[in-house]
Design a binder for this molecule. Structure first.
Ligand code: ATP
Ligand code: MG
Length: 500
């Protein structure tokens, strides 16, 4: 008999009233291995991990750890078994400091139990961050003041504060910069040597091929198979995930850019960015690349009036505008898809229809009455187009898988008929097949005459879609490239300030 696996999930089945998320899933993994789990949005990856982490109970199935049956009835129970999870949705306490979050429940106390020794606490949090190679996070800051990428680093630091036996990373990289990803991969290598089993979920297949020892594919709640990256091509893996090979990834564009729609001149925001000037024309996709923290999102927020610049002018259709709020921006036919869907994009406890319909209010309301039927029809058609699952628009957004939530945000803005569309990381957490659909939709929007600003940290996406690419570095425009002639190396070098 072969020796039993370190971790064996056997016959796991899970239903959510009506949705069968997992059907008799079998999964085996070894200690000291990086085991990637891939599959389309809604395939059941997060559900399976939540069952292992005690956040959900299976309807049927057995969990074996080193041959012994375990029943993680609660996250605390799984924690005691040495199972740590970094969830797709952040679970940090936003109003507490980095230190308090990392050391939660183990804050060092002074002579009296109720007296926190802050000096020691800051020191320990710092030490931990340094020992795992995460730099640049201030341990005294409150979580809510940090960028999403730094929040993610803290989340990971918290999970490895005591050596885990199993570390679950559910799309850890979606918000990380290239540099931070390197730091994470170095940490994963170290954990492997210390015999931790790392379960790694990602939609970025290049990462999966780089870091995984084995890859398990889930599709519609069932295991398709487990493969070795060295013996599998990216196309073979995609076929296992999607059930068919993918056609042209990037759209063929039909329209040349026309007249300028947005004209930004010497935009400044003290300490954040300065002297930013550029234009975007109708039918143009303008890519904005830069390392996380380079100021791209902040510039976009000022254009969308979610923030106020300190000086500079913004012209729309050659007229100077002074927008006071995102509502004003929406009124001038602008739309913005934000990088943090939970904070700015979605009302989790509302339905798909209410969320996706938010930006269409103006289109479907007459004399202040909302034409509900019309709104539903519009939303339903977009839900189909983006293959949002479940396609039932009365479902609450919080019940959707992460990638499907992202698609709802996208549907909302696609429905607004905007002329100027700012997309900040539009394919974050979205599976490969849907990414391709979104790329084609972006192409169609531009061909229909919209001006598009595309902010993305995924280089292939920027290069594949943009007509023109601006690179930002430390709050300034560092370079401009032609979309056809640019290559990965020169963009990265420009973003990092290295001459090649
Ligand atoms: N709390 C819930 N209530 C109802 N349905 C749910 C709930 N959580 C998940 N589901 C459904 O279960 C299925 C699997 O979801 P899951 O989140 O595991 O997918 P995933 O593979 O992690 O997808 P993604 O790549 O988008 O994160 C989906 O159809 C989802 O809508
Ligand atoms: Mg998920």
């Amino acid at each position: 008999m072969p020796p039993s696996a370190f971790l064996h999930l056997k016959g796991i089945t899970k239903n959510f009233d009506g949705t069968q998320a997992l059907k008799e899933v079998d999964f085996m993994a070894e200690a000291g291995e990086v085991h990637a789990i891939v599959g389309e949005n809604g395939a059941g990856k997060s559900t399976l991990m939540k069952i292992l982490a005690g956040a959900l109970q299976p309807d049927v199935g057995v969990l074996l750890l080193e041959g012994k049956s375990i029943q993680p009835k609660s996250p605390q129970y799984a924690f005691r078994l040495g199972i740590r999870t970094v969830y797709q949705e952040f679970s940090l306490a936003p109003h507490l400091s980095v230190t308090e979050n990392i050391l939660l429940g183990q804050m060092p106390t002074g002579r009296f139990k109720w007296w926190v020794d802050w000096q020691q606490a800051y020191g320990r949090a710092n030490e931990l961050l340094e020992s795992i190679g995460f730099k640049g996070v201030n341990v005294r800051s409150t979580i809510s003041s940090l960028s999403v990428s730094h929040q993610q680093m803290v989340e990971i630091a918290k999970a490895v504060a005591q050596k885990p036996r199993i570390l679950i990373l559910d799309e850890p990289s979606a918000v990380l910069s290239q540099d931070e990803l390197k730091q994470l991969f170095a940490l994963i290598h170290r954990l492997k040597q210390e015999s931790t089993l790392v379960l790694y979920i990602s939609h970025r297949l290049d990462e999966v091929f780089e870091i995984a020892d084995r890859i398990t594919v889930l599709k519609d709640g069932e295991t398709v198979g487990t493969v070795l990256p060295s013996a599998t091509s990216e196309n073979q893996l995609i076929k296992m995930m999607v059930g068919r090979p993918l056609e042209a990834i990037y759209p063929q564009r039909k329209k040349l850019p026309g007249k300028s729609i947005l004209d930004v001149n010497s935009l400044n925001k003290v300490d954040i960015f300065s002297d930013v000037s550029f234009t975007v024309a109708d039918g143009e996709i303008l890519g904005m690349f830069g390392l996380v923290g380079s100021g791209r999102t902040e510039v976009a927020r000022c254009i969308f009036a979610a923030d106020t610049p300190d000086s500079g002018t913004i012209k729309i259709d050659s007229r100077t505008v002074h927008l006071k709020s995102p509502c004003d921006a929406v009124r001038t036919n602008m739309a913005m898809l934000t990088e943090d869907r939970k904070r700015d994009g979605l009302v989790m406890q509302c339905s798909i229809c209410d969320n996706a319909g938010l930006a269409t209010m103006r289109l479907v309301s007459r004399w202040s009455y909302l034409l509900r039927g019309q709104q539903k029809k519009l939303v339903q058609s977009k839900v189909q187009e983006l293959s949002i699952r479940p396609a039932d628009i009365s479902r609450k957004v919080r019940e959707l898988s992460g990638g499907n939530q992202q698609k709802v945000v996208l549907a909302k803005w696609l429905l607004s008929n905007a002329k100027l569309i700012i997309l900040d990381e539009p394919t974050r957490g979205v599976d490969v097949a849907t990414k391709v659909e979104i790329y084609h939709l972006i192409g169609e929007l531009a061909d229909a005459g919209a001006a598009i600003i595309l902010i993305s940290s995924e280089l292939p996406e920027i290069l594949g879609l943009s007509d023109r690419i601006l690179v930002m570095r430390e709050g300034r425009l560092a370079g401009e490239f032609d979309g056809v002639q640019a290559d990965e190396e020169s963009l990265l070098a420009c973003a990092a300030g290295i001459n090649v």
